[in-house]
Design a protein around this ligand. Sequence first.
Ligand SMILES: NC(=O)c1ccc[n+]([C@@H]2O[C@H](COP(=O)([O-])OP(=O)(O)OC[C@H]3O[C@@H](n4cnc5c(N)ncnc54)[C@H](O)[C@@H]3O)[C@@H](O)[C@H]2O)c1
Length: 390
Amino acid sequence: MKRIAVAGLGYVGLSNAILLARQNRVVAVDVSAERVAAVNAGRAPIADPDCERQLAEGALNLRATLDPQEAYGDADYVFIATPTNYDPATHAFDTSSIEAVVASVRAVNSRAVMVIKSTVPVGYTAALSKRLGCERILFSPEFLREGRALHDNLYPSRIVVGEFSARGRSVADLLAKAAVKRDVPILLTDPTEAEAIKLFANTYLALRVAMFNEIDSFAMQEGLDARELIEGLAMDPRVGDDYNNPSFGYGGYCLPKDSKQLLANFADAPQALIGAIVASNDARKSAVTAAILNRKPRRVGVHRLVMKAGSDNFRESAVQDIMQRLAAAGIELIVHEPAAHALPESCPARLEPDFDSFAQNADLIIANRADPELAPYASKLFTRDLFGAN
Ligand SMILES: NC(=O)c1ccc[n+]([C@@H]2O[C@H](COP(=O)([O-])OP(=O)(O)OC[C@H]3O[C@@H](n4cnc5c(N)ncnc54)[C@H](O)[C@@H]3O)[C@@H](O)[C@H]2O)c1
């Protein structure tokens, strides 16, 4: 049994904390008193059915604290899962929360191995280690999906750790041993390669979403049946039928920011595709906006701000950009979002908590994902959700 600290109780931190607390002693630290209290009371501060269940069962060796010293003081490993938001002014992730954690760990613990699970720019870990003269920082990319965060760590597609060493192997083994799935493929790489794997993985997924969205934009423009087109493509096993459902654009906390960060990392390398993926998402939002405006609505109802079904998270969801464009065109907007008590300040809309008055008051309802509760309003529904999947 290892003594493990986890910094950050979001999707990545909480799911890793629960995963590791099945076999190890885990102390998780967050700056949010609300999140710490929730975890200590056996409640998940994020929507994730498996996290909720495991916390409620109470069989984990896990506690949460606001006190970094309590968490880091005697830890063998510190997993860092704090935010890295993309800063459009610097064209790079803001990594200050990671550096704050590393400084706190070094102040109270001279031996713990620090494992960065947050997504970072290519070259970050090597540069940070050199700048700090610190040789115990590793990077291990996180591949979970929101809404299935713990599931994806219990059944990981692969475990990648950015260090060829016994220590790198011990981190991989710790994660693999805690998983339910057996014989998880493990890949040890150099640190910068591990960082690039993460950004290329998400940018590839963004490319796939963008491709199927462009197929759908083409079909909308030319009056073709996008479903037939996509079904025909998906029958080729090299294309496959997963992750091919059109949407209002890729969104969420990872794909938009990770593809932009990767594009910034291409400053000196030739590329045409990475920039095109980022541009394609913008073009898709314009195409969807134009299709909505074509219906000549006066008052548009926006059903859910979340980026996908089963999520409670609407960070960077595509529909919010579409709302900005609709508002700029003079459209009145009302939103039904059960996961929100209030709308973000930038949101040019009114929140309507009552579903029936929301649906009745809108002359067109737009939904990135077509929830079954919209079925009675099918005649005024605009969605590009063709397959009922995320
Ligand atoms: N959400 C995903 O699907 C996903 C998947 C893979 C990788 N990632 C990456 O993992 C990182 C975390 O993402 P997330 O979605 O879990 O974020 P999140 O916003 O859900 O959670 C981050 C948590 O860190 C806490 N925090 C901030 N500063 C802290 C500090 N100094 N000490 C302790 N806690 C602190 C916040 O209060 C918050 O609870 C990001 O780099 C993200 O890009 C996210």
